[in-house]
Design a protein around this ligand. Structure first.
Ligand SMILES: Cc1ncc(COP(=O)(O)O)c(C=O)c1O
Length: 382
């Protein structure tokens, strides 16, 4: 099946009892057993639920993987990945990543004796130079949030294979429509399905996809043993959202392209970060590694200061000032005080997340309204 067919059909069969085309919401915690251990494949809904299973199979197909595992949030999925490690193990992570990922690494797992090295991952040799005998994992988020840097997944996978490490890739920004990390050699793909996969800002859910059977079994053990699973209603909402993923992404991208061209020429804008710009340092790599450049844009207001950025985000009328991204509606955020506030200021600024940076999640509204909104909001600075 091609991608746009998989989004609609993979993992989903008409319901055998009723013929319902859409996967039912199996709102049950438990399942009948004819005699102990004699059941139809499901015993208890923490371990497995048919609605969640359909979503897990669907995601495995979209990512060209074999096994999908769904969790109550993206962070629940991240938590499961790091629980593969033991005290003393080390992780090399990109230094430009979602603030909540940084927070769970430094504020939870460092206390359990896991060490994280946060580095710029602009080249794989640099990544390799941080490897020592304790290193067990490389963590990449690409495009990065919010600086839109591009990490070479294939090159990182080669380094990981050479040293026997796991490579985990957060594919939330790109989605499997634009980028398939497992095909490029990664071991684990992670999603905050809360974002583009769900697509309608009505659900919080996380997912992992892997190819390797042993790794899947270890993750499924952690999923069941620690219990951070998603419910059947939320699984249904993400399954439904995914059916239009490819169509939505095309529109997110065409709107983003038009906005980037406009912002790039705007007198109140100092710099635009978007991998589709030829001037972006990761442009050639993004062109090789991705099907398109996505719907996320960051830009710095002229003068790069906090008050001006806050005035602009507060003046939006169509873009909504809110955390999160990837929904059909356009959202704007001020990373320094919102999504990335948990990263210390000096460290955040070193990666480019300055006080004047604004992040846009470009929705699928009419582009004329989005252009007009951006113009009238930026006019407060002119
Ligand atoms: C890139 C990225 N990864 C992971 C997460 C965490 O996902 P969730 O909010 O579903 O826990 C987010 C949330 O914003 C994110 O943007």
């Amino acid at each position: 099946m091609k991608f746009g067919t998989k989004t609609i059909h993979a993992g989903q069969e008409p319901d055998p009892t009723t013929g319902a085309i859409m996967t039912p919401i199996y709102q049950t915690s438990t399942y009948i057993q004819a005699s102990p251990g004699d059941h139809k494949g499901y015993e208890y809904s923490r371990t497995g639920n048919p609605t969640r299973s359909a979503l897990e199979k669907n995601l495995a197909a979209l990512e060209n993987g074999v096994h999908g595992l769904c969790f109550g949030s993206g962070l629940g999925a991240i938590d499961a990945i790091i629980k593969l490690l033991s005290p003393g193990d080390e992780v090399i992570s990109t230094n430009d990543l979602y603030g909540g990922t940084y927070r769970i690494f430094t504020k939870i797992f460092e206390f359990y004796g896991i060490k994280f090295h946060f580095i710029g991952m602009d080249n794989a040799d640099k990544v390799e130079s941080y490897i020592n005998e304790n290193t067990k994992m490389i963590w990449a988020e690409t495009p990065t949030n919010p600086m839109m840097n591009i990490i070479d997944i294939k090159a990182c996978a080669q380094v990981a294979k050479k040293h026997g490490l796991l490579l985990a890739v957060d594919n939330t920004f790109a989605t499997p429509y634009l980028q398939q990390p497992l095909t490029l050699g990664a071991d684990i793909v992670l999603h905050s399905a809360t974002k583009y996969l769900g697509g309608h800002s009505d659900v919080v859910l996380g997912a992992l996809v892997v190819k390797n059977d042993d790794l899947a079994a270890r993750l499924a053990f952690i999923q069941n043993a620690t219990g951070a699973i998603c419910g059947p209603m939320d699984s249904f909402l993400v399954l439904r959202g995914i059916k239009t993923l490819h169509v939505r992404m095309d529109r997110h991208m065409s709107n983003a392209k038009a906005l980037v061209a406009h912002l790039n020429e705007h007198p109140a804008v100092e710099k635009v970060f978007y991998p589709g710009l030829e001037s972006h340092p990761g442009h050639a790599l993004a062109t090789r590694q991705m099907r398109g450049y996505g719907g996320m844009i960051s830009f710095v207001v002229k003068g790069d200061n906090h008050e001006d950025a806050v005035s602009v985000v507060s003046a939006f009328k169509v873009f909504t000032l809110a955390e999160s991204l990837g929904g059909v509606e356009s959202l704007a955020g001020h990373p320094a005080s919102m999504t990335h506030a948990s990263i210390p200021k000096a460290q955040r600024e070193a990666t480019g997340v300055t006080d004047g940076l604004i992040r846009l999640s470009v929705g699928i509204e009419d582009i004329q309204d989005l252009l007009h909104d951006v113009d009238s909001s930026l006019s407060v600075l002119l």
